[in-house]
Design a protein around this ligand. Structure first.
Ligand SMILES: Cc1cc2nc3c(=O)[nH]c(=O)nc-3n(C[C@H](O)[C@H](O)[C@H](O)COP(=O)(O)OP(=O)(O)OC[C@H]3O[C@@H](n4cnc5c(N)ncnc54)[C@H](O)[C@@H]3O)c2cc1C
Length: 93
């Protein structure tokens, strides 16, 4: 859990657990289960945010999106990409 106790900011908080969804259906299942059991969820991408947004300050589960990193559709002409939430973008220059 220590790996997920902070993002790139100063805030800290140890989660009760971390889940790694692979599909949209997995996410829906976690959300429904957490809602039923009154367990807070915190979404996490790469954890590079500097405001503590991806930190479970009061416990609960981190939903870590690194395994959902597929580019679903790329329309080069319209310059639109449909991606899963764990896709990392890199802007140079
Ligand atoms: C050295 C450094 C330099 C930086 N430079 C810049 C810069 O030049 N410009 C800039 O804009 N930013 C910059 N940042 C900030 C950082 O890169 C951005 O905040 C980054 O885009 C966050 O992405 P992440 O995937 O790491 O999000 P995380 O830190 O994991 O999460 C950020 C927030 O988004 C929420 N979240 C994450 N995934 C989801 C999801 N799938 N659904 C719903 N909510 C979600 C989290 O709960 C959290 O509140 C910098 C950070 C560092 C450490």
């Amino acid at each position: 859990m220590l790996t997920y106790e902070s993002d790139a900011g100063l805030e800290g908080g140890i989660p009760d657990g971390v889940v790694f969804p692979q599909t949209t259906a997995d996410v829906a299942q976690f959300v429904a289960w957490a809602n039923q059991n009154h367990i807070p969820l915190v979404a996490r991408g790469a954890g590079t945010g500097t405001t503590g947004g991806a930190v479970a300050h009061q416990g609960g589960l981190i939903v870590e999106f690194s395994h959902m990193n597929r580019i679903l559709e790329l329309d080069e002409e319209e310059r639109i990409a449909f991606v899963e939430p764990g896709v990392v973008k890199l802007c140079l220059g």
